[in-house]
Design a protein around this ligand. Structure first.
Ligand code: MTE
Ligand code: HPA
Ligand code: MOS
Length: 809
């Protein structure tokens, strides 16, 4: 069973009792009891709101929706070359295939042939210019999915093309200065230097380190692939069931593609079988194609990608290539950095600009950098267009800084933890980020100190050294890495959300909000918030599908902000209803409305204890509005894209991890022996769900750092690793036998929902510790005298190459 499966299952069907013993001190019986006493429904561990449906196989994913009579199925004909022009195609041969109803090309699109989320540079179907191998050129609609797929497979022979030389690597693109968006620059000097001055300061520093690093991309590998089911409605309307993190954007892009107004398009998503960023923008192409076919044929059309097609058509995490030049002192303190980052954007812009912006804003990770000059380039290549993936450039920014500090420590013969500490952001000074936001909630010392003690770091460092001294073939490695992760969309206007709460006459409650459920437990948390606000049992609250006809103009569920934004919006809606109920209770029973208490499924007023449902029924008779909208916009954010400065993050989430590995230096194979994670979620809304996110994020990030490798054929540009046979993600077997996961005891200094913190993405950076533990083990081969040149992913082959390099040095 692979880990993403494991994570989905944990979210859905973890044997709950087993799960709870692992929850740490925040959820001891005492805390839970006092929370319940106060009528609180937040802060307690609860199973996922759909857990029973998940385990019984009755949760409805898009492909499980009962098909309407007349439903047709769609499959895509993909470009067999990476670059060039489409000359002609013998589509008659495709049309002649059994069951084929219609073949669509770009010419059949009634509106705009574009599904680009930010720039309009993403054709839905090939417009003549071939951009990558795997690009959808035509869409076949047939009576069955099998028939559609067989006909679409003719693409290889029926498409007549003129091939051009593809640009396949970020290096090639950078040489040609071929980018999807303008390069980005951020220079910041605490002593007022310009870039030349910063470079001079680096040269004058006591020590200098320059080098380069390659970091690969990563496939989202959601369990449920991309899918859309489009149902034509009367009067030109369109209803689409879409597995998407961004229903509103699907609505707008489908409207453009059909040439109709947004009000005629309804996009609905009850849940995804995982998104991980891969359905933030890239669900659009399939929603548009299904809608175009459904509109034209006036029949329901379903488009569900095969796993291989999903790999071939859609993008993933951006690979990065870095060149750094660093000056540092005898303690390992960084005095100045000049950095060039080139990301592998692929054929179009997609979200690459925002991803690079986040990479630049996360390069500092946990460290104060007095002088820094950063340059980011988003390389345009003839490959799939890369997109959001958990962390959204943050991991790519921070990993380079960690690589630098790890290298500095080895050069100085110091423990890497000491060097990391020497560079931590301070409190009251050394606390301004390169983009000039002040770090006001710094808990790095506390979190790292606590983890260092609980993981027995110092003693195990000695044990590892002892082991290595007497073990010529197997080498152990140990590393502790911290995380600081800025929370908010880095595009200010996206930080808003809406909700709609209905209280029905029987006292049951239906909640709708703009966020989407992808397994992360957002609906569970929002239901807890609403139950808490109205002082009712969790079981009264039901979550409905995300639906663009209920809450308009929503943002993607992304940037880990789902519960921050939608939790607050739903709280706002629930509070309005509660205040109306309280006023009505006071009027009926006496006393002040401010004194009416809602707790334990009861309402307390004027010395009486009333049933919540009776209060609701009374309010109805008194003609009180029993439903409400709610809205939230994150306060205090600002960003100047030109200077790359401002206050882009509402707050930071922190964490740290210690990993211990053993490496077989003859084969490059390795095993994670133990991992200790301490992560900050503020005051947790649901410790069980949060721990699940931390475990899942850790293992998923470990896959990226160590085993998931993307290989494009160097001449044809064909993605060779387009299925689990060749693309290896972690399995349950890769989980460490000792896996200690704790929540850091604390609360958000900002007024985030119930003082919690976002948890979706930050834990993905915790497995940096696995990578640096491997690097530590490899460097033990050379007595820690040399910095092993280890790329990400540190596959067994890469580890062997690094060992060879260390031995030759
Ligand atoms: N967890 C599960 N089980 N499935 C997912 O697809 N996506 C991650 C994270 N955790 C994901 C997940 C990503 S990329 C983000 S941005 C957040 O969840 C989004 O949800 P949230 O904002 O509600 O945390
Ligand atoms: N995260 C995810 N998606 C986004 C972001 C972000 O920071 N900014 C714009 N889209
Ligand atoms: Mo998450 S990468 O912001 O969808």
């Amino acid at each position: 069973m692979n880990t993403r499966i494991a994570e989905e299952l944990l979210r859905r069907d973890a044997p709950f009792a087993d799960y709870q013993h692992n929850l740490g001190s925040r959820t001891d019986a005492q805390a839970e009891a006092s929370a319940l006493q106060a009528g609180a429904r937040v802060g307690v561990s609860r199973p996922h709101e759909s857990a029973e449906l998940h385990v019984s196989g009755s949760a409805t994913y898009c492909d499980d929706i009962a098909e309407l009579a007349g439903t047709l199925h769609c499959a895509l004909g993909l470009s067999p070359i990476a670059a060039g022009r489409l000359l002609d195609s013998d589509l008659a041969a495709v049309r002649a295939m059994p069951g084929v109803v219609r073949v669509f090309t770009a010419a059949d699109i009634p509106g705009e042939n574009n599904c680009g989320s930010v720039l309009h540079d993403d054709p839905i179907l090939c417009d003549g210019e071939i951009r990558y191998l795997g690009q959808p050129v035509f869409a076949v609609v047939a009576e069955t999915r099998e028939q559609a797929r067989r006909a679409a497979a003719l693409a290889r022979t029926v498409l007549k093309t003129e091939a051009a030389e593809p640009v396949l690597t970020p290096r090639q693109a950078h040489e040609k200065q071929q980018y999807v968006v303008a390069p980005m620059h951020l220079t910041r000097s605490s002593s007022g230097l310009d870039e030349a001055g910063i470079r001079a300061a680096i040269e004058k520093a006591p020590h200098r380190l320059s080098g380069s690093l390659d970091v690969g991309g990563q496939e989202q590998f959601y369990l449920e692939g991309q899918i859309s089911y489009a149902l034509p409605k009367e009067g030109g309307g369109m209803h689409i069931h879409c597995s998407t993190q961004h229903p509103s954007e699907m609505q707008f892009l489908v409207a453009h593609a059909l040439g109709i107004q947004a009000h005629a398009v309804l996009v609905e998503c009850r849940r995804m079988g995982g998104g991980f960023g891969g359905k933030e923008s890239q669900s659009a192409q399939f929603a548009c194609i299904a809608a175009i076919a459904a509109r034209t044929l006036n029949r329901p059309v379903k488009l569900r990608l095969d796993r291989d097609d999903d790999f071939m058509v859609t993008g993933r995490r951006h690979g990065f290539w870095y060149e750094y030049d660093v000056g540092y002192d005898d303690e390992g303190r960084v005095l100045g950095v000049a950095l060039q980052m080139v990301s592998h954007a692929g054929h179009s812009a997609d979200l690459s600009a925002a991803v690079m912006t986040r990479a630049i804003c996360h390069f500092d990770n946990a460290y104060w950098l007095p002088e820094v000059a950063m340059h980011g380039f988003c390389a345009r290549t003839n490959t799939q267009s890369n997109t959001a993936f958990r962390g959204f450039g943050g991991p790519q920014g921070a990993v380079c800084m960690e690589y630098i500090l790890d290298s500095i420590a080895r050069n100085l013969g110091k423990d890497a933890l000491a060097v990391r500490r020497a560079n931590f952001y301070g409190k009251g000074e050394r606390n301004v980020t390169p983009y000039r936001q002040t770090v006001q909630d710094n808990i790095l010392d506390e979190i790292v100190g606590q983890l260092e003690a609980s993981s027995d770091y110092a003693a195990r460092r000695k044990e590892v050294a002892g082991f290595n001294a007497s073990s010529p073939v197997l080498k152990k490695g140990l590393a502790l890495t911290p995380v600081k992760f800025g929370i908010s969309f880095n595009v200010k206007h996206l930080n808003q959300a809406g909700a709609l709460v209905h209280v029905y006459l029987d006292g049951s409650i239906l909640v709708n909000h703009g966020g989407t459920e992808m397994g992360q437990g957002l609906n569970t948390k929002v239901a807890q918030v609403v139950a808490h606000e109205l002082g009712v049992n969790f079981e009264r609250v039901r979550m409905s599908a995300t639906d663009t006809s209920k809450v308009a103009n929503t943002s993607a569920t992304a940037a880990s902000t789902g519960s921050d934004l939608n939790g607050k919006a739903a709280q706002d809606a629930a509070r309005r209803i509660r205040e109306r109920l309280a006023a009505n209770v006071a009027q009926r029973h006496g006393g002040k409305s401010g004194d009416v208490r809602f707790a334990n499924d009861k309402v307390f007023a004027a010395g009486k204890e009333l049933d919540f449902s009776a209060v609701v029924a009374d309010a109805y008779l008194d003609r009180v509005q029993l439903w409400s909208d709610g809205f939230y916009a994150t306060p205090g954010l600002s960003w100047d894209a030109k200077t790359m400065t401002g206050h882009p993050f509402y707050y930071y989430a922190y964490g740290a991890a210690v990993s211990e590995v053993v490496v077989d230096t003859l084969t490059g194979e390795w095993k994670l022996l133990r991992a200790d994670l301490l992560h900050d979620v503020g005051q947790s809304l649901n410790p069980a769900v949060d721990i699940g996110q931390i475990e899942g994020g850790f293992i998923q990030g470990m896959g990226w750092m160590t085993m998931e490798e993307l290989v494009w054929h160097p001449r044809s540009g064909m993605l060779m690793t387009h299925a689990p046979s060749t693309y290896k993600i972690p399995t349950a077997n890769d989980c460490p036998p000792v896996f200690n996961v704790q929540l850091f005891e604390g609360r958000n200094v900002q007024d985030a929902i119930h003082r919690s913190k976002a948890v979706g993405e930050p834990p993905l950076l915790l497995p940096f510790s696995v990578f640096f533990a491997i690097r530590d083990a490899v460097s033990a081969v050379g007595g820690h005298q040399h910095n092993p040149p280890l790329p990400v992913p540190a596959t067994s082959e890469a580890i062997l190459r690094a060992i060879t390099a260390v031995q030759a040095a």
